[in-house]
Design a protein around this ligand. Structure first.
Ligand code: UD1
Length: 367
C-alpha cells in the first residue's frame, strides 16, 4: 500500500447468513470513506432466493468479483473457492481480507489470504459448540487460528479464544453485527406484505427453519422433527420456509406433510423473514443467527439441536435447547406457547453499533 492510498479491504461472502453480517460494516466504511472496498462473492449460495434477494433487501452493491463455485462436497467447495480466490488475491492485493461467520467460504478465504501473508479479520470469532462433527465448528477453529483481528460478540467467545492460546491483543469485543442489521432493517421490514400474502394474523403463528445436516440428511431424524412440528401445528399454525438442502431430502424421500397446520413455503428474503419473525409467537430452528435475532427481539426460540455455539442466548436470552426427540420438542413447544420465556435480557454490546466499533479497529490497525 502506498502511503497516500487508502487501505484496501476485501470482504468475502458466500452463503446466506454472511450477507447481513457484511452489510452494516460496508455501510459504515462508506461513511468514514477511509478504505477502498472490494466485495467478493464465492457463489456458495447461488439460488436467487438464497443470495440475490439478500443483496437487494440489504442494498448491498453488486459484488466486485463472483467466483461461482456452487455446491459440492466440502472438499470440492472449499477447494474451488481456494483455487479461484488465489488468482483474485494476486490481482487485487488487498491489505486485509475480512471474513464473517463459519461457512465453508469463511474458512477457505481465510486460508488462502493468510498464505498470501494478507492479514485476516474474522467477524464473529470464538464461538464454539465443542462438537467437531459440525462442519461449522471446524471452519470456526481454523479461521480463528489464522486470523489477525478477531471480533467477538460475547464474553464466552473471548474465553474460548484465550483458552486456545490466541494473543489477547488480537481479540476485540465489538458486539454483534447481525443485530446491527436487525436494528437497521426492522422498520423497513414493516412494509413487507408477507403476513397478508400468507394470510397470517400477528402473534398467531410460529416460524420454523431446519437445515442442519444432522437434522435433515438422515431421513428418520427429519421425519421425527416433522412429526413433532405437525403436533405443535395443531396448537399454533407453523410457517416453514424450506432451505434447498431440506427440500431435496423431503422430495427425494417423498416425505408426507399434509397441507394445513405446517405450511411449507419457498425460502424468503431478509425483510420478509424479519417481519415474519417479529410477529411470531415462537421460533423453532436449528440456525445459529436466529438464536441471536430472537434474543434481541424477545421472542421464544426453541433450538432443535443438542448443542449451541451461542450459549449466551440461553443464559441471558430467549433460547432453549430442545434436542431432536419428538416428545421433548412437543413438550417444550407447548410450554413456550403457553408461558413464553421469562426474564430474558439483551447481551452487552448487542446495540446496533458493532460495525462502528469494527471500523474503528480497522482505522487503528492501519494508522
Ligand atoms: C451453509 C453453511 C451453514 C449455514 C447455511 C445457511 C457450510 C458448511 N454450511 O449450509 O453453516 O447455516 O449455509 O443456509 O458452509 N443449495 C441450493 N441452492 C443454493 C445453495 C444450496 O440448491 O443456492 C443446495 C444444494 O443442493 C447444496 C445444498 O443446498 O448441495 C447445501 O448447500 P451448502 O452451501 O453446501 O450448505 P448449506 O446446507 O446451505
Amino acid at each position: 500500500m502506498s502511503s497516500s492510498a487508502k487501505p484496501k479491504i476485501m470482504a468475502v461472502v458466500g452463503a446466506r447468513p454472511n450477507f447481513m453480517k457484511v452489510a452494516p460494516i460496508w455501510r459504515e466504511m462508506d461513511k468514514t470513506n477511509r478504505f477502498a472496498k472490494f466485495l467478493l462473492h464465492t457463489g456458495q449460495h447461488y439460488d436467487a432466493n438464497m443470495s440475490k434477494i439478500f443483496f437487494e433487501d440489504l442494498k448491498l452493491p453488486e459484488p466486485d468479483a463472483y467466483l461461482g463455485v456452487g455446491s459440492g462436497t466440502h472438499a470440492e467447495q472449499t477447494g474451488r473457492i481456494m483455487i479461484a480466490l488465489d488468482d483474485v488475491l494476486l490481482d487485487e492485493r488487498p491489505d486485509l481480507v475480512m471474513v464473517v461467520g463459519d461457512v465453508n467460504s469463511t474458512m477457505a478465504a481465510a486460508l488462502v489470504a493468510v498464505k498470501h501473508e494478507i492479514p485476516v479479520a474474522h467477524v464473529e470469532a470464538g464461538l464454539r459448540s465443542f462438537d467437531r462433527s459440525m462442519p461449522e465448528e471446524i471452519n470456526r477453529m481454523v479461521t480463528d487460528i489464522v486470523a489477525e483481528l478477531l471480533f467477538t460478540t460475547c464474553s464466552d467467545a473471548e474465553k474460548n479464544l484465550l483458552r486456545e492460546g490466541v494473543d489477547p491483543q488480537k481479540i476485540h469485543f465489538v458486539g454483534n453485527v447481525m443485530i446491527d442489521s436487525l436494528h437497521y432493517y426492522k422498520s423497513m421490514a414493516e412494509s413487507s406484505r408477507i403476513l397478508e400474502n400468507l394470510a397470517l394474523e400477528k402473534h398467531a403463528y410460529g416460524l420454523v427453519t431446519i437445515h442442519r445436516p444432522t437434522n435433515v440428511d438422515d431421513v428418520a431424524t427429519l421425519q421425527n422433527i416433522i412429526d413433532a412440528l405437525l403436533v405443535l401445528g395443531e396448537e399454533c399454525p407453523l410457517i416453514f420456509p424450506v432451505h434447498p438442502r431440506t427440500r431435496k431430502i423431503i422430495d427425494a424421500n417423498d416425505l408426507e406433510i399434509p397441507p394445513g397446520k405446517l405450511r411449507l413455503i419457498e425460502p424468503i428474503g431478509y425483510l420478509d423473514f424479519i417481519k415474519l419473525m417479529k410477529y411470531a409467537r415462537i421460533l423453532l430452528t436449528d440456525s445459529g443467527g436466529i438464536q441471536e435475532e430472537t434474543t434481541a427481539l424477545g421472542i421464544p426460540c426453541l433450538t432443535i439441536r443438542e448443542n449451541t455455539e451461542r450459549p449466551i442466548t440461553i443464559e441471558m436470552g430467549t433460547n432453549r435447547l430442545v434436542g431432536m426427540v419428538k416428545n421433548r420438542i412437543v413438550d417444550e413447544g407447548r410450554k413456550a406457547l403457553r408461558f413464553g420465556i421469562k426474564d430474558s435480557r439483551i447481551p452487552d454490546l448487542w446495540d446496533g453499533k458493532a460495525s462502528v466499533r469494527i471500523v474503528k479497529v480497522f482505522e487503528t490497525y492501519f494508522s
